[in-house]
Design a binder for this molecule. Sequence first.
Ligand code: FAD
Length: 377
Amino acid sequence: MDTRILIVGGGVAGLMTKNRLEALGYAPTLVEKADALRTSGTGILLGANVLRIFRECGLEEALLAKSQKLREIRSLDYLGEPIGGFDLAKIERDTSYATVAIHRHDLHEILSNSVDQDTIKLGYQLTQIKYNGTTYSVSFENGEEGEYDYIIGADGLYSQVREELFGHIGLRDSHQGCWRFVIDIPKDIDITSSCEMWGDKKRVGIFPIGQGKVYCFLVVTCHGEEENMDLDMVLDTFKGFCGDWQSIAHDVASIKPELIYGKLADLDSIILHKDRAILIGDAGHATTPNLGQGAAMGIEGAYLFGELLKEHSIDKAMELYAQKRYNRVNNIRERSRMLGKIAHISSPFLQGVRNFVMRMTPSSIGQKQFENTIIDW
Ligand SMILES: Cc1cc2nc3c(=O)[nH]c(=O)nc-3n(C[C@H](O)[C@H](O)[C@H](O)COP(=O)(O)OP(=O)(O)OC[C@H]3O[C@@H](n4cnc5c(N)ncnc54)[C@H](O)[C@@H]3O)c2cc1C
């Protein structure tokens, strides 16, 4: 098909969209501002909703080969005492779809290996788009220009496509910041399940990602100095945390892995479609990572768009994509934001009440809510 489709951004959402379009016979061009598709980063959790899509797309086997299947996510207090959790093995038994954690580099490799490399242009940073009523004139920082019939903006939280075509949309600051890193699993512990430990306005997440590695994230309520904190200061902040964290912190102090820090934010509003352009992934509906569903939303969106294209014209599929995705991504965005607030309640009294209520709530109730969030869309 000679329809000229431009996908901007070679992240998870852009690559998945390219995969789906190519499966239908389209030959979209994907531009990525970096000189290589992502080769760094830390870990990522992919729920049963993603596994379902990867199976449909013939990518599940590759994903399972490189990742760690998770049996459960335990919610613990900072001393390591259980306050809740989710049974992921049950979801797999019920639906046949696993939940996995994987190194981001491996996820990107799986996705980029699944698309045509000849139509990926690296080192192409989109700077300007003009819509003339039927086509888009596009300019890149390297001086190149192009003409396209359709634009798919998958260029992340700070999307230039969004800025150019939809106008400015601000970020919602969550007032939380997150360090993350990957190290070899310490020799003295056997991490077979993942956990998130909640302390006083701070959290530690521990997720094995396969191949002997563990991915950790450390979240704090921001006070302003986080950007400048060195490794020792970060470890000091999480000193009271117990359980597997103690062995991990001990190894981190000597290995000194690269810590990646970022403030957690989502978008002020969700924006998905205008004229002959759509936004997919963080560009249109970024969410805070508290539910571990940000990339999953981009993957779901790309998949849905592909399914709609099987029965509709591109224009109609774009319109329906926006209609069908709004409630889903908004629901995840709001729930994720709420979870972040609950996790960082500032009053020690309310923290105690929260933990008590979580301990007392029958696990089946939380499990059902979690299953509905992940699976029903
Ligand atoms: C701490 C943290 C933990 C997370 N954990 C999870 C998790 O466990 N599970 C989950 O599902 N999600 C998680 N997420 C969310 C997830 O990382 C994002 O939702 C996802 O990576 C977004 O993918 P994307 O392709 O939309 O955007 P991005 O990954 O940001 O990709 C955008 C791409 O566009 C390129 N680009 C940008 N501007 C231009 C331009 N002008 N021209 C050309 N190219 C451009 C960029 O270089 C980049 O390659 C987490 C997020 C954070 C911050």
